[in-house]
Write a protein that binds this ligand. Structure first.
Ligand SMILES: Cc1cc2nc3c(=O)[nH]c(=O)nc-3n(C[C@H](O)[C@H](O)[C@H](O)COP(=O)(O)OP(=O)(O)OC[C@H]3O[C@@H](n4cnc5c(N)ncnc54)[C@H](O)[C@@H]3O)c2cc1C
Length: 648
């Protein structure tokens, strides 16, 4: 892109991201003086005080490239490549000993500590995490824009699950005082964006011209063929393609006459939605780009790699005439199976997503860290990170500490302790735990614990976590959304596949913006992959893409995309953007089995079941252990791991 185009986009404007290049603080002092950032300078951490112990430490306000930020993963990659121990140096013994060491400070790790303490209140627990903030995927992005606090989730969006929360997960929610349906009723500001609808943006590179289309008749129910035809006529697509979209969206044809509902479901489970559209509904191939990314948000891959059956559950078009009976089928993926079953509403989005759950767990574990006691006060509570790792506290959370080894002292079968080695500030340290919960990612564990059985290590490597990016952009006002009449736009051909206003939620002292003149956060999602390959290979390719993309590239694409989509509503990327945080998750959602590519394993034989077996004093938690990317599964797996250790 030319320098002139860069200037139009505002690449030369001073926003908070200027001070964080690929996540590393440069010139943070100046930004702090402007009140934009806490003055975090990781580089001088060697001064003797760990960054998290300093009073100004507050990672939720960091902008730029977050998620798997620079400094959090390089040691893991060196370990994988066999280079780590060549240069690591000798480990320093901390002379500490804990009843439990938890590897990973996400919801699963925090829940494991909570469950352990609930049964053994007098124990000492250490939680180690490689990131500079706790919560794992449940991260908080906090902005100050126009003098007000703006919050958004940097990862985990909401309490929601395709299956009802288990007794264990629901019990934990109750202990924290979280009653999702009641909170949703009380806190959702449904009026704020009530008159705004959904849109689709057709970009010139994919569809020949830039055009935002709004007012789809199917948005609030099944469209009539006439209403749909009228709407589709406005799409910038050739006539044949438009006609096929109308046919697809309104079809009542039974393409599998003579088969029972179960037989039809079985057949749909064996072909991708792309194949269903091309070979069964027989649409023009030029229809596909309109639908290709409709599955990205949930699966991280497009319709070429998602079974048609799962797309039926997600309400994608083309299935009405099949008259499928509601309810699950043995060959449905994890995600849609539950959505096909009737269920009570049990869902709530905190303004910072499930980071609020992580923060409430931390408050329970280390009360001095966070004021308050209710879900209503957690959202604006400021966590005092200097309280997280105090020697006098029975529970300690040590950040920026990546575990690189966990070995039983003596024989595994009879050992009473595990040596845990972690790298912090470039130096290895060893500490000791009588029990260990690995609440980190499955594929890391073989490198940390080479003594695990070979078949278990192989099973740990099976799943490939799904790469995704949640981008948060603080903008000065949302007049452009108001002018265009949209709150959410699907952008199937662009860098991020969707753009939308953060949900309006008022909780405790936190109030979402009400007027279009007020600043707001825009959420954007990107899920890089390589269509045509098996799902796990697509994720590997997407991860490579994420790890090799600079913040500058992200920023240029974000500005270009917002300018083109919202520009006709008056948005100017050069002057309307206040701050950008790119939450990069190369290892995002836990891999969920996909029967287009994965075998149907017998009970107890799936990779996650083999991988999660305890080994000596080490048990395995994390959502990978369930092959299901949800908060409740992370909690359930923590509970199982703790019970295994306590009953051993
Ligand atoms: C972008 C995104 C959006 C999501 N949205 C939702 C949603 O709306 N609702 C929902 O229910 N679920 C959602 N999920 C899934 C949900 O976030 C996860 O299932 C859950 O939070 C996983 O928690 P966990 O503790 O098992 O793992 P994680 O959150 O991944 O935590 C594990 C922690 O261990 C750390 N770790 C790894 N290796 C090491 C090591 N060697 N040493 C130290 N630490 C290590 C990791 O870096 C991480 O911080 C989402 C996930 C993502 C990525």
């Amino acid at each position: 892109m030319s320098n002139e185009r860069d200037r139009e986009l505002g690449m030369d404007r001073t926003i908070t991201r200027r001070d964080f290049l690929n996540g590393i603080a440069i010139g943070a002092g100046a930004a702090a003086a402007e009140g934009l950032l806490p003055s975090l300078a990781w580089a001088d951490a060697g001064a003797g005080i760990a960054p998290q112990d300093r009073p100004e430490y507050y990672p939720p306000m960091l902008t730029g490239l977050r998620g798997s930020h620079v400094g959090s993963f390089e040691a893991a990659h060196n370990l994988r490549d066999g280079n780590f121990w060549k240069t690591a140096g000798k480990s320093t013994d901390t002379a500490e000993s804990y009843d439990l060491v938890v590897v990973g400070g996400g919801i699963s790790g925090l829940a494991a500590a909570y469950f352990w303490r609930a049964q053994k209140p007098d124990v000492r627990i250490l939680i180690l995490d490689n990131h500079d903030d706790f919560g794992g995927h449940a991260k908080r992005n906090e902005f100050r824009s126009g003098g007000r606090m703006l919050l958004v989730n940097g990862g985990t969006w909401a309490i929601e699950s395709p299956v009802p929360y288990s007794k264990v997960a629901r019990g934990l929610m109750n202990d924290l005082g979280i009653h999702p349906a009641e909170l949703a009723e009380k806190c959702y500001a449904r009026e704020t964006y009530k008159v705004l609808g959904q849109g689709v943006f057709f970009d010139k590179e994919t569809f020949g011209s830039d055009k935002l289309v709004t007012g789809a008749p199917g948005e609030f129910g099944n469209p009539t063929p006439e209403a749909m035809a009228k709407f589709i006529a406005s799409l910038p697509l050739p006539e044949k393609v438009r006609n096929d979209i109308v046919r697809l969206e309104t079809t009542d044809q039974d393409y599998f006459t003579g088969l029972t509902s179960a037989e039809k479901k079985d057949r749909l489970s064996r072909i991708s939605y792309k194949k269903y559209l091309l070979d069964v509904v027989k649409v023009d191939p030029r229809v596909l780009p309109v639908y290709q990314k409709r599955t990205h948000g949930l699966f991280g891959v497009g319709i070429d790699a998602v079974p048609a059956l799962d797309c039926w559950v997600l309400f994608l078009p083309g299935f009405n005439g099949l008259k499928l009976e509601p309810g699950p089928h043995p060959r449905m993926g994890y995600t849609p199976r539950g959505y096909a079953s009737p269920r009570e509403p049990y869902s709530f989005h905190f303004p910072d997503g499930n980071a609020s759950i992580a923060r409430m767990l931390v408050r329970k574990l280390i009360p001095s860290s966070t004021p308050g006691s209710m879900p209503e006060d957690i959202v604006t509570a400021k966590v005092d990170y200097s309280q997280l790792d105090r020697s006098e506290s029975p529970v300690r959370i040590r950040l920026s500490s990546i575990v690189v080894g966990a070995r039983h002292v003596g024989e595994t079968g009879t050992s009473r302790e595990v040596d845990i080695t972690y790298l912090r500030d470039g130096k290895p340290f060893t500490t000791r735990g009588k029990s260990v919960v690995m609440a980190c990612w499955n594929m890391m564990i073989p490198y940390l614990c080479p003594e695990f059985p070979e078949n278990q290590k192989e099973a740990m490597h099976y799943g490939v976590k799904i790469p995704l990016v949640y981008t948060s952009v603080a903008i000065r006002n949302w007049k452009s959304f108001q002018n265009l009449g949209v709150r959410h736009v699907f952008t199937p051909g662009m860098y991020h596949h969707e753009v939308g206003l953060e949900l309006a939620v008022n909780i405790g002292d936190y109030h979402s913006p009400k007027s279009p003149d007020e600043p707001v956060v825009v959420r954007m999602e990107r899920t890089p992959c390589l269509p045509g390959l098996p799902e796990r290979d697509q994720h590997r390719a997407g991860r490579g893409d994420l790890l090799s993309t600079s913040f500058e590239t992200f920023e240029r694409n974000i500005r270009d995309q917002l300018g083109r989509v919202l520009g006709p509503g008056g948005f100017g990327p050069a002057h309307d953007i206040d701050a950008i945080t790119v939450n990069r998750w190369p290892h995002g959602y836990a891999y969920e089995y996909n029967y287009l590519f994965d075998p149907e394993w017998p009970e107890g034989q799936s990779p996650c079941e083999i991988a999660r077996k305890p080994f000596g004093r080490i048990a395995i938690a994390n959502s990978d252990a369930a092959a299901a990317a949800y908060t409740d599964t992370a909690i359930d797996q923590a509970h199982r791991a703790v019970q295994e250790l306590l009953s051993a």
